[in-house]
Write a protein that binds this ligand. Sequence first.
Ligand SMILES: *Cc1c(COP(=O)(O)O)cnc(C)c1O
Length: 494
Amino acid sequence: MKYYSTRDSALRMDSAEAVKMGLSRDGGLLTPETIPQIDRAFLESLVAERYQTRAAKVMGLYLTDYTEEELLSFAENAYGPDKFDTETVAPVRTLDDTTHCLELWHGPTSAFKDMALQMLPQLLSAALRKTGEDKTACILVATSGDTGKAALEGFADVPQTKIMVFYPKDGVSKVQETQMVTQEGDNVGVCAVAGNFDDAQAGVKRIFSDSAVRETLAKRGYFLSSANSINWGRILPQVVYYISAYCDLVRDGKLAMGDRVNFCVPTGNFGDILAAYYAKRMGLPVGKLICASNRNDVLTDFLRTGVYDRNRPFHTTMSPSMDILVSSNLERLLFDLSGENDEEVRGYMAALAESGRYEVSGPVKAALKEQFWGAFCDEAGTAAAIGSYYKKGYLMDTHTAVAASVMEQYRRETGDDTATVFVSTASPYKFCNHVLTAIEETPAGDGVELLDQLNAVTGVPVPRRLAALKDKARRFDRTCEKPGMDDVVLEFLR
Ligand SMILES: *Cc1c(COP(=O)(O)O)cnc(C)c1O
């Protein structure tokens, strides 16, 4: 299968090339030229399989220049017992007859980013081999918390790669900072930036587009690459867990094969819910895709009116991984809904760049309404959801709480009683302070000591990697000014 750009459907490349490039040179996103279809027999064949086998089979439909043995060995490495704290990898928890929760945070960094970032480095490494690349890929990441650690953990000691992560000095939680600065591996670098997330991100973008830096690095045997969710190698592993969740529900007798299920996804950059959309397009029996936002409600308005308008205040919330006003992966959805009309997509993206706003066509609006339902949840609603689910026996993080709350709004407003899976994207232990407050406790401190407090109050086990942070040595101590980021990269890649 070939891949093409959402801004130029004449361009064609193999999957390995698409994974290696990350982003198309025309600024578009690389997207499969057809969406493979799965039927009932395919789903039935997966019901009795392990997660790793399901992953290899589903990804094999898209990555036709990788062999199924390769993909299976990648899946074994990515989702094995030394990485994931549960054999089932992405377990579905049933809360009542029609409500289920898909837990995606059992990986090494306790956030759902692991599901893709344990797989991407292996896909990339193989892509380097398949395309005869002799340079080393250097992944540059600016992070607001979860992505940086998950990318470090995924790329640590992967041959022919190096990874450098920049995080805003005062913009990440204590647990998140400790996770990053204690990272092990010979090919990793971590540096704080004196500034906020936008400063770190702007610095990384500047380095990417600086041809002098690129030339210097090429002479030294490096090229720059990205682990952001614009890379197809990050979206595809996420398609797997929607199909896997469906198979689990059938296996456990919660659904009959062919019954529809809704998915409700806490959304930021639109990567996770886009993967659910692809699963539906492939033929998985899915009803509504419910898009849950926090106070940054640009997607709620978009799904309801067809107008995307980023000109609005930015809110800092207790679900920081969803604090985002421009959801990059929406571009892939628009490409598909417009009948793969690259000209139409170019128009929307040009308007977005120019005025921060665009309005989609009538047919695209109708398709959005048909497939999606969107709503948002404010800070009080997020805390209330954590509190009320805790009373019912389930402890969840702030991002998951946004999804739970929006799922309830959906049910109230539409009366739809289809079985619904809401997606849990982080362990509650990543956001101890907010979770403690929401269950009416007073946080005693602000660092890793809160892990013990939350554990003492709730009895829910602390993920082992987070518990181990207390004893880990700090390896990275550097803070740079924003203009100094280039030097940090040049020193790192000597
Ligand atoms: C990244 C992230 C999200 C948002 O996912 P997108 O794919 O960006 O929409 C939600 N919750 C958590 C915990 C995350 O880390």
